[in-house]
Design a protein around this ligand. Sequence first.
Ligand code: JHZ
Length: 390
Amino acid sequence: MKHTFLDLGTQPIANKFLQEADEDEYKFNLTVEFDDETKLVSLGNFVRPELMFNDSYVYHSSNSDTMRKHFKDYSQLLKGDFNPQKVLEIGSNDGVFIKNFDQKTTIAVEPCGNFAQLTNAMHYKTYNEFWSMDLAKKIVREDGKRDLISSSNCVCHIQNLDEAFAAVSECISEAGVFVFEDPSLLRMLERVSYDQIYDEHAHIFSVTALQNLLNRHGLEIFRVDNLEVHGGSNRIYACKTNSRKIEESVAINLKLEEKHGIGNLETYQDFAKKVQESKDSLVSILTNLKNSGKKIVSYGATSKSTTVFNYCGLGPDLIDCIVDTTTDKQGKLSPGMHIPVVSPDDGFDSTVDVAFLGAWNYEKEILAKEQKFIEDGGKFITHIPFVRVV
Ligand code: JHZ
């Protein structure tokens, strides 16, 4: 049975930045459910994938030093541990991961046409489609089974996980590995990072729920790495059932999640109360700062900040602009609240007093880069794990 435990209100498409304020915007009610059978946490209302992932998708996975290094290190680790001959990435975005693998033996799947075109031009055969059973069968026929199927920040976007995992099972070689990383539900609960919830994140994964779902399709988890990227993620290593030794990290993570009550509805009801407190506290601190004459901007036009701004009702009357290095977002208006997005050169100058860390997951990288702002008296504010000046 599914239980709705959180309502983040009416929300737009998190990555659909607008050219004009009067453009039509698709909106939906962002609620979150807990399934007490599988223990999976999912959105109550899924948004049609084509509305989010299409030829004008703006998010570049290689948008930070942190993530470029992350994907390079990750590729080396996979080569060292598994020496895969045939590789597939599901959700290859701008190629930040696959560029570390050989073009002749690596293929990619990417539904956003602008990015599929990019990786095809980099000579990686890229299927410009959503991951599905039909596609898995086509790949097996045309390219052969895969020794490594990797996917970063993509599996949690797939609404029908049963089909997705059955398709992985179809496409993977007998001794192959399926390695994927996504935001961790446990970290979200601990950090009250409710902004991990938006249209694209159809699910927020626990190891517990993934174990239940993968097992239905002849797959099992044999290793889990806890990562700091994207606000706390888990890297899940799965294989065909009984094909590899199950490592200690699996039991450690399952125990930790059990201790945190990941299988109990009360845990989520408690989280929902903390989300409301976080909102009240953020609205209050930003309103007080604005009333005392401070100029506030937001740093990083993230999907996460779309949730925060729309849930908390924070608009251009409080936040002058959002600064972001992504050229495809600049000159546009933020989804729902219509805050102008500008380049850091245009919006992050000496007149700014306070910057809300929309990209709080890059706190270290941003603070190191913006030392001058801090030395000159500027303040960064974050809501993670509670509302505070950094
Ligand atoms: P960032 C996206 O979420 C969407 P978002 C997606 N659904 C997902 O799962 C995660 O990524 C992985 C900018 N920036 O990575 C660049 C600066 O301007 O937190 C980006 O627009 N200056 C696929 O959107 C944004 O911030 C900087 O110095 O929440 C960061 O977006 C840095 C470091 C970043 O992902």
